[in-house]
Structures are given as C-alpha cells and as structure tokens.
Design a protein around this ligand. Structure first.
Ligand SMILES: [Zn+2]
Length: 560
C-alpha cells in the first residue's frame, strides 16, 4: 500500500468516526431541548386584511411583520368556521374538537362536508400544554383582556363541555395553581351574596390567599409585584377596549403592560415558563364591524408581541408563536363604494376617517345614553368619530340598533363603514379562511399548519408528550374503581363531590378542584377533577388513584 493510500484510508476512518459520533449523539442532544420557554400570543378573531389595515394606520411595519412564517387551517371537527372554544382547544391540546367544547375530545366524529354522526367520541378531557408545563416544574401564566373564564384562556386552563360554564372554568383556573393570571372577570371569584357571580357560593379569593397568591385589581399595583404568584383581575367583567381605557377605566392596565410584567415574573423560574397572551377583544371589534375598537386593540397586541420578541431575542431559548384562532367580521380594505374606483384609493383616503375615531362603537353607544334620537346620534358620532351623518343615516342606525337588541352598537359600523369609510364587512359572525402564523425562536414552525399542530409544536418545544400527559391527568373514575365503589354526590348541584370507597376507606374529591380528602387529611393533587354532565363521567388524576389504592407506584413520565 502506498503512503498516499494509507493517508487516504486513515482520513476516511477519521471522517467515518466523526460521522458515527454525530449520529449517535443526536438523541442525546435532542434530550436537552433548546427551548426553555414558550409564549403563545393569540389575536382572537383576526385576519391578514385586518393586519394590513393596522399597518397602514400605524404608518410603519408591525412587530408581527418581521416574524411571519406561514398560515394555519382553523376549521373544527364539525364545521368550516371555528368558534374560539374548539379553535383554542386545538392549540392548547393538539386535538381538533367541535361545538363550543373546552379542551375535551369532540362529542361526535364528523368533518366539514362529510356525513355527520359516525359515533360518540366521548367528550373526554385532553391535557393542555399549560398543565404539562406546570408538571415539568415550569412557571405558567395567562394574560387576557376578557374575563378569565372566556373561551381562549379557558381552553388552556380548564375542561368543560361548553364554553359558557364560566363558573366551573374559573374555579378550575384557581385550582390549577397558575403562577401569573392577569385579565378581567373578578366577579367569578366571589359568591353572589358577596357581590360576585358564583352560584356555588364559594369564595375563591380565600382559596387564592390560602395558596399564597397576591390578589390585585389596579394597574399601579403591577409595579410593586416582585415575584409570582399573583391573580390580577382588573374588572368585574371584561376589561375596557384599549381605545376607551383612558376615558372609562384608567385604573386598568394595557395588554402590553400585563404582558411585560408577566414575562418579568415568570422568567424567574430556573426551569422556564409557558405563557398564553390573548388580545381577546380584536374578535369583538370584528363582530361589531367596529374599526376604532379593532385598530387600537390590534396595535396594543402588536406591542405585546414586541415585548415577547425582545425577551426571546435576549434569552435565546424562547419560542414565540403569534396567531389568530379564526377570522371575525370578514373585513376587507375596499367595499361596494369602490366597485369601480378601487385603484384610486390612497393611503390617506383609507386612514383619515379612522384616525378621527376616538372611542369604540360600544363606548360611543354608551355616550348616546338614553337619548335615542337622530339628533343625539349625529352629535355623538360627530364628536367621537368626526363624521357628519345625514338625518337618514342617523335614523337607519336607530332602526338597526333596535334589531340588534343587546348588541345595539353593531348598528354604528354597519351603517357608517359602507358609506363613510373604505372598509367592507361581510358578517357579524366569524369567517373560515386560514389565519396567518407568526413565529420566532428555536424550532419555529414554517408553512401551512393544521390547528392541532400548534398544540403539538408547543408541547414538543416544552419537552412534553400530550398523550402521556392526558393518561396521567385524566383517569375515568368508574373504570379505575369498578362496581359500587364510585358515587357522585350531586345533592348540591353547583358543588358535585366524587366519593370513592376502597377497602372500607372513603375518599372524597370535590369536582373542579385538585383536593383529595382521605382519612381526615387533604392532599393537593397535580391536576383537577373533571365532571362531564353530558356523559355522566368523572375524571381524576392517576395520582389520586394511586393514593386511594394506597399504592406507592411512581407516576409515568410525561416527557417526549
Ligand atoms: Zn368571536
């Protein structure tokens, strides 16, 4: 063999060795995920067209513009157009569901366009990425501008057969031991006889205090917060629209301020954190066809995105996902007025009427008060939206307002937008187009995704297996303890209690809580007890099954 051949062979051997080391060390590297934190920011009910409008209105690029990576298909198991409940459930659990279900499997297996009813899917709880992050020892947070029990936050924190079970949802949120909660919905913490909305007469503020959460209700209390845990609910119901906040509720914080504080508090956890931020009211602006509410809520959401991106860029181990859950309102730049002259619309033609708007449509309607006359409508619209309505338009608004009943303010955008702006709206409901996807950080997704992919991507980044997690958190109580051992006491229908008798010993598990009472002792469980009235099934953490059976078994791994 020549010297050159020996050299060639040894070079080849070294390369082969290096290659083998790389291949073998692959799984080792994968075991230590590059992502420590995940921040999901959801603009409820938004479309690309609305973001284009916000960019024109702002006059410069949005924070979102720099991180556009794809789009997401949002349809549900049953329909081409999603409600927030199944849409956010898919993002939170990786399972496409239907109806207005909160993080359960769908009741029926159907798909858009297919024959309905191919069998019962069971309405079984599916574990969420927030529940998994907490079990991994990470900090968890929820920041919204709606009530805490509204559909999108509910999908991350709770499990219910319908989104309107806000009392149950808020109770589960309290017992989920979330580290940072900012938003509205304070009335669901207190019983009716203490000025709250809880029918079960429980005082959840006492529970939070016992679990050493700070309770705050004003924006200026944010600055004094130095560490978790905290429940900051700044209004009995929803927060005010961003555009109305200075006038009607200066004591409420903005979405951007809440997001900044949440990241500051959560990032103190050495194991990392999961945070969900929702621009909840972008959707309501779409429902109302209200550009004033829409633009300012979108821009404050974009500021929250910038805050998340600034943190992620510095941190280097944070995945940021930002996306809507569906579209609302079917807004277009251009409407029937521009059927034949759309090429003539200049930026200022589009933006000038919108810049004059100083209150949201509901805020403006509040200023109309009881004086429901064309004169008052004209006066208020001129004062707050800078538009001189004709008498006929004012009359038309009053007529439509009556038809809209509780949503009287829907009449404003419906009459004013087609005539006095270049914006079109096609519905007061949701629409079914794909939504834009924005992402930043290690492993950011690119391309056209399916809604449940968002759940799997979030879970993978956190190092979680959602199937293993679901099996660990939600065991069917009657399957775990067959025969007569399981009883659900519904004598107080607002406070059902599960009792399980095992080898002569009785255990009680109140529904919507994470408490196991046994032999005079209460144990805090790692998950909440869920009762699904539709199927009369109760689900409990595997940890409780082990404790009741007196088994010292270790709990299964939930990492991927
Ligand atoms: Zn909606």
């Amino acid at each position: 063999m020549t010297a050159r051949k020996v050299l060639y062979r040894s070079c080849f051997c070294v390369l082969a060795l290096l290659w083998a080391i790389l291949i073998l060390s692959g799984p080792l590297l994968a075991a230590d995920p590059p992502v420590k934190n995940v921040i999901v920011l959801i603009m409820d009910g938004c479309s690309d067209e609305q973001l284009t409008l916000a960019r024109w209105y702002k006059g410069e690029p949005l924070a979102l513009d720099a991180i556009r990576t794809g789009a997401v298909k949002t349809h549900t198991r049953e329909a081409v157009i999603a409600d927030s409940a199944p849409a956010a459930s898919a993002y939170a659990t990786g399972v496409r569901t239907g109806g207005t279900v909160i993080s359960l499997t769908p009741q029926r297996e159907t798909s858009p366009g297919a024959a309905p009813g191919t069998g019962d899917m069971g309405l079984e709880p599916r574990a969420t990425v927030l529940e998994g992050a907490r079990l991994l020892g990470k900090a968890t947070g929820i920041v919204v501008t709606s009530r805490l029990g509204h559909a999108t936050p509910a999908a991350y924190m709770a499990h219910a057969p319908a989104r309107d079970r806000e009392s149950d949802i808020t109770e589960q949120a309290v017992y989920q031991n979330i580290d940072v909660v900012f938003g509205g919905g304070r009335r669901f913490l207190l019983p009716a006889n203490a000025g709250g909305a809880r029918r079960d007469q429980e005082d959840l503020t006492a529970v939070l205090r016992a679990r050493s959460s700070s309770l705050i209700d004003k924006a200026d209390e944010l600055q004094n917060l130095k560490k978790p845990k905290v429940f900051g609910l700044f209004a009995p119901s929803h927060l005010e629209p961003e555009i109305d906040r200075p006038q009607f509720a200066p004591e409420q914080p903005s979405l951007a301020a809440m997001t900044r504080k949440a990241i500051e508090l959560l990032s103190q956890n050495p194991k990392g954190f999961f945070l969900m931020v929702e621009g909840s009211q972008i959707d309501w602006a779409g429902h109302a066809n209200d550009p004033a509410h829409l633009l300012r809520d979108l821009l404050i959401f974009d500021q929250a995105v910038q805050i998340a991106l600034d943190f992620a860029a510095k941190n280097g181990q944070t995945l940021v996902l930002a996306l809507p859950d569906h579209n609302t309102g079917g807004m277009s730049i251009g409407n029937r007025r521009s059927d034949n002259n759309y090429t003539d619309i200049r930026t200022e033609d589009l933006i000038a009427p919108l810049k004059k708007m100083q209150l949201s449509a509901p805020g403006l309607w509040r200023q109309v008060g009881e004086d429901k006359t064309p004169e008052k409508i004209k006066e208020v619209v001129l004062q707050y939206w800078g538009i001189a309505l004709t008498q006929e338009d004012a009359q038309e608004i009053l007529k439509k307002a009556k038809l809209h009943g509780k949503e009287a303010h829907y009449a404003l955008g419906e009459v004013i937008c087609p005539k006095y702006t270049h914006l079109g709206w096609t519905t007061h409901g949701h629409t079914g187009g794909d939504v834009p996807l924005f992402a930043f950080g290690p492993g950011r997704p690119i391309g056209l995704l399916d809604a449940p992919d968002i759940g799997w991507i979030t879970a993978a980044a956190l190092g979680l297996d959602l199937d293993k997690l679901t099996r660990r958190l939600f065991v069917d109580a009657r399957q775990a303890f067959p025969g007569q051992a399981v009883r659900l006491d519904r004598s107080n229908p607002d406070n059902p209690v599960l009792t399980i008798t095992h080898q002569g010993r009785q255990a009680t598990l109140p529904v919507n809580k994470n408490n196991l009472q046994q032999g005079g002792e209460t144990t805090e469980l790692e998950g909440v007890v869920i009762y699904i009235s539709d199927t009369d099934r109760v689900f409990m953490p595997l940890q409780a099954v082990h404790l009741i059976r007196g088994e010292g078994k270790s709990l299964p791994d939930i990492r991927n």
